[in-house]
Each structure stands twice: as structure tokens, then as C-alpha cells.
Write a protein that binds this ligand. Sequence first.
Ligand SMILES: CNc1ncnc2c1ncn2[C@@H]1O[C@H](COP(=O)(O)O)[C@@H](O)[C@H]1O
Ligand SMILES: [Zn+2]
Length: 348
Amino acid sequence: MEIEAEDFYRQLPKVELHAHLNGSVSFQTIEKLSRRKPHLNIERSMTAIGKGQRRSLDECFEVFKVIHQLVDAEEEILMVATDVIKEFAADGVKYLELRSTPREEKNTGLTKRLYVETILKAIQQCKKEEVDIDVRFLVAIDRRNGAEVAMETVKLAEEYMLSSDGLVVGLDLSGDPTVGHGKDLLPALQKAKNCGLKLSLHLSEVPSQLEETDLLLSLPPDRIGHGTFLHPEVGGSQNLVDKVVQNNIPLELCLTSNVKGQTVPCYSNHHFKYWYQLGHPCVICTDDKGVFSTDLSQEYQLAASTFSLSREAVWTLSQQAIDCIFAPDAVKQQLRQKWADVQSQVSE
Ligand SMILES: CNc1ncnc2c1ncn2[C@@H]1O[C@H](COP(=O)(O)O)[C@@H](O)[C@H]1O
Ligand SMILES: [Zn+2]
């Protein structure tokens, strides 16, 4: 008998490559944090976008500000990172690349170094507890903070890449896409690339960024977040598509995030369709599972039901995500073995 859809997607081994730590905080963890800071008067609608609801992308960025108020001390970061890792593991994610923007907070003594070290500590603790998930970290640049901070962040990322025993594997460029211009950040990103950090860049998340996207594609990045407006049908260009295809740059695609954030009008219009039909590497991701009230199993199920993917096609999709991870080949091999083991159990 065929297993129930929900069980199939939960049991499907998965790779999550696009998850912002503070956007991934579950409702349960938000409740724990709110109890510590009752004066903030946090209500559910301030930290998450529920079923059927939509917000503008601007409003989404307001949500992050609220969460950042809740998470501004070492022990809160440790709690959030540990909870998020365990939740992904419980959802059947076997390999996770978490990304987060180092913050400093004078009131609590938080420094950017302590921020990064606390996340690494959470990863190590989960490993010690034998949580069944391999977690790596991408240090994030918030584009709103400008070129100088970006350069500092790259130096921090390089330092931890060399000292974290392989846990820090790359750099993310994110933040409000309508603020700042990628050309100012190019030297920092170039430096990151030269020192061996892998690059995942949010590109063309909003329309009319052809020039910036073209410039950043010249690096080229190792993966692209969203890429919603790359192709000509939505105001992008064939030239951009050609560059992405020629460099074989995988796309991290987040259906719920794009629909709830209103950069995509409805699921059936999601650009997954365009890129999947091209046979281009596409990785289904959550972006912000807490803020958008989703998880990776639901995202796979959503992609499958929207684009009529068979279970075999879904399996292949999750398996091919292994090719796109930033950890070294030995880790890819281990994951491929894991997928093969699960597959043989399922078909028994
Ligand atoms: C919805 N689409 C998006 N587009 C761009 N950047 C996003 C994002 N979703 C999240 N972030 C980035 O991640 C930060 C929160 O996590 P961390 O504090 O870093 O862990 C946000 O402040 C923003 O910079
Ligand atoms: Zn993102």
C-alpha cells in the first residue's frame, strides 16, 4: 500500500540549503522567548504569517526586527539555533546549511564573534547529542549595512572557515533587496570567493535588478537565492538566464516565502516551473520556516501538487540537492549513501 502523502514527505530524506536562522524560529520557541521578555507584548501576528495570509516584502522585514528584539543575547541565540536544528532534523532534513547575520548588542554584551561562536556551539552540541543531521553555517551579509560591514563580515567568515573544523563553509548575501546596490559589495564578495568561501547570493528577488544581477553573476556565485526575476517572461533577460545556465549555478527556490511575500502572484506561477523544465538544478528550500509558517516537507508537497510531480520525481529532486551543498565531496558521498539506505528500506 502506498504510504500517506504527509508521511511520504516527512520520511523523504531532505537537504535544506536556504534557511535564515531568525526567520526559522518556530512558534514554540517564540513563546519561550516571549515569556522571557513580557514587556515586548509579542503577539503571534507579529512574528509569523499564517495560512492564507500575505504581506508585502517590506512587512516581512518588519517581522525580522521583532524577532531580533526577542533574540539578542547569547543564551537566546543558543536556544534558537538548537531548537531550529532539532526541528529540521525532526522534519527529515539530513543536511542543513543555516545562515545568519552576525549582530552585536551592547546591552547584552553580544559581539559578532560571540554570535558566530554561539551558533557553532549549538551545531556542536546537536552533533554530540547525535541528532541525525549534518549542519553547516553560512555567515550572512545584510546588504542594508553597506560595504564596510560587508568586508568585516567576510574577514570574520574567513577566520571561522579556517578554525571551525569545516562548519563554516560560505557566505550569504541577503537583506532587504530594495536597499543598497550590489556593486558596492562586489569587492567584499570577490575577496570571499578568493579565500575559498562558497557564495550564495539573493539575486533578482524583486523586479528591475538586471544590472545588479548581471554584475554579481560575473563573480560567479556558487548558488542563487530566489532568482525570481531572472527570466525574460518576468522582466529579466535571456542573457541572465544564459549566464546562470552556462555556469550551472543552482537555484534555491522557496515557494511559500515568495507567495506570502507577494513577489510571486500564486503557486502555479512560481518560477520553479521555468527552471525545472529547463532541467536546471533547483533546490526546494524554506527561507524562513517560522515567519512563513511552513517546513521543508510541506514545501516539497506543495511543489509536487502544484507542478504534478510523481513521487519518483520528488525523490530525484531531493537527491539531486546533494550535488549543490557547500560541504566537501566526502560529505556528498555520505549523504548519497544515506539516501540509498532509506530508498532500499522503503522499497522492501
Ligand atoms: C523573505 N526574503 C528574504 N530576502 C532577503 N533577506 C532575507 C529574507 N528572509 C530573511 N532574510 C534575511 O535574514 C535575516 C533574518 O535572519 P538572521 O537574523 O540573519 O538569522 C533578515 O533580517 C534578512 O537579512
Ligand atoms: Zn532568503
